[in-house]
Design a protein around this ligand. Structure first.
Ligand SMILES: Cc1ncc(C[n+]2csc(CCOP(=O)(O)OP(=O)(O)O)c2C)c(N)n1
Ligand SMILES: [Mg+2]
Length: 332
C-alpha cells in the first residue's frame, strides 16, 4: 500500500455483517436527527452560541469509527457532533451542553465546540482549525511508548490541510512510525472558500508521498467504502507500520454554521451531492441485499427520533450551571 492511490477495493469485498451495517445506519441517522434538532433549537432561540452541522458527512465519522476499537483515540473539529456520536458519546450530555446545562459534557459552559468524552477516548472537539493534529499525534506517541496497541485518528477539514502543524505532525509521525491516521473530511469548502481555490497541487492525498506514507482517497458518501479504507490504514498503524492519510470526499448539505446564508455555492452542485445522501444510499443497499425491510428501517428512524426527544427533554429538565460553578474548570 506504499505510495498514493485510490482505494482499490470493489464494493462487495469484505462486507460487514448485517448487524454492523444496521448499527452504522442507526448511528448515521442519530447524527442527522441530532443535527436537525440542534438547528431547530438554534432557530427557536433556545441555544446560545452557534453550531456547525455534520449533515451530509455522516458516513465519514461512522465509517472510520467502525474500523476502531473502544481504546482507540479520536480527535475532532469545530464540526464535532458526528465524531462524538460515532465514538459512542452520550446524546443526552451532548444536547445538555448545547443548551448550556450543568449536566452537559463541559458542565454547560463550553457549548458545541467543547465536547470531549475521555472514557470513550474522544479527545475533544476543537474550535481551532487543525487543533486536533498535535493531540492525535501525541496520543499516538503515548500508545506507542506504552505499547497499548491503540491507534489515534485525527479528523480535520480541507481548510485544515493548509495549517502548518500538519506538516510538523506528518513528518514526526512518519519518522517515529506512530500509529495515527490523518482523516481529512474534504467537504469542498472551508467556510465560503472552495477547496479548488485553496489547495495547491491538486489531489491532497498526493501530499502523503512527501512523507513516504500512504495516502488514499475514498468516497466519503459511502460508509462501507470509508470503513474498508479506514480499516486498512488503522490495521496498518496497529501493526506498527506507521501513519497515513485518508482523504474522504464529502459535502455538507447545509451551511457552515447555523446562521450561514449559503450564498456562495451553486444550488445545482448541492443538489448533485444531495442525490448521493449517505444515509439513503445505505438504506437502499440494506433493502436491495435483503438485510432489512422498509418497516425495520422505519422502526430505527422512530427509535432514533425518540432518543433525540429524550435528549432534549433531559437537557431542558437540567439546571444551568450554578453560581458556585462559575469559576470552576476555567484556566484564565
Ligand atoms: C486557526 C483558525 N483559523 C481560522 C478559524 C476560523 N474558521 C473556523 S471554521 C473554518 C473553516 C474550516 O474549514 P474546514 O477545515 O474545511 O472544515 P469544515 O468547516 O469544512 O468542516 C475557519 C477558517 C479558526 N477557527 N481557527
Ligand atoms: Mg471543509
Amino acid at each position: 500500500m506504499e505510495g498514493t492511490g485510490r482505494t482499490a477495493l470493489a464494493p462487495g469485498d469484505r462486507e460487514l455483517p448485517a448487524e454492523r451495517l444496521l448499527d452504522a445506519y442507526r448511528q448515521m441517522l442519530t447524527i442527522r436527527r441530532f443535527e436537525e434538532r440542534a438547528l431547530d433549537l438554534y432557530r427557536a432561540g433556545e441555544m446560545r452560541g452557534s453550531t456547525h452541522p455534520y449533515i451530509g458527512m455522516e458516513a465519514v465519522a461512522v465509517g472510520v469509527c467502525l474500523a476502531l476499537e473502544p481504546d482507540d483515540y479520536i480527535t475532532s473539529t469545530h464540526r464535532g457532533h458526528g465524531h462524538t456520536i460515532a465514538k459512542g458519546g452520550d446524546v443526552r450530555r451532548m444536547m445538555a451542553e448545547l443548551l448550556g446545562r450543568a449536566t452537559g459534557y463541559s458542565g454547560g459552559k463550553g457549548g458545541s465546540m467543547h465536547i470531549a468524552d475521555l472514557d470513550r477516548k474522544m479527545l475533544g472537539a476543537n474550535g481551532i482549525v487543525g487543533g486536533g493534529m498535535g493531540l492525535a499525534t501525541g496520543a499516538a506517541l503515548t500508545a506507542k511508548l506504552q505499547r497499548t496497541g491503540a491507534v489515534a485518528v485525527c479528523f480535520f477539514g480541507d481548510g485544515a490541510l493548509n495549517q502548518g502543524i500538519l506538516h510538523e505532525v506528518s513528518n514526526l509521525a512518519a519518522i517515529w512510525s506512530l500509529p495515527v491516521v490523518f482523516v481529512c473530511e474534504n467537504n469542498q469548502y472551508a467556510m465560503s472558500a472552495a477547496a479548488a481555490w485553496t489547495i495547491a497541487g491538486g489531489d491532497p492525498a498526493k501530499r502523503a508521498a512527501g512523507y513516504g506514507i500512504p495516502g488514499l482517497t475514498v468516497d466519503g458518501m459511502d460508509v462501507e467504502a470509508v470503513e474498508r479504507a479506514a480499516r486498512d490504514l488503522v490495521d496498518r498503524a496497529r501493526r506498527g507500520d506507521g501513519p497515513s492519510y485518508l482523504i474522504a470526499t464529502t459535502y455538507r448539505f447545509v451551511g457552515h454554521h447555523a446562521g450561514d446564508p449559503l450564498n456562495y455555492r451553486p444550488k445545482e452542485e448541492a443538489e448533485e451531492w444531495r442525490a448521493r445522501d449517505p444515509i439513503r444510499r445505505l438504506a437502499e443497499r440494506l433493502l436491495a441485499r435483503g438485510l432489512a425491510t422498509a418497516a425495520e428501517l422505519a422502526a430505527i428512524d422512530s427509535e432514533v427520533l425518540a432518543q433525540i426527544d429524550d435528549a432534549v427533554a433531559f437537557a431542558k429538565a437540567s439546571p444551568p450551571p450554578s453560581v458556585a460553578q462559575l469559576l470552576t474548570d476555567i484556566y484564565a
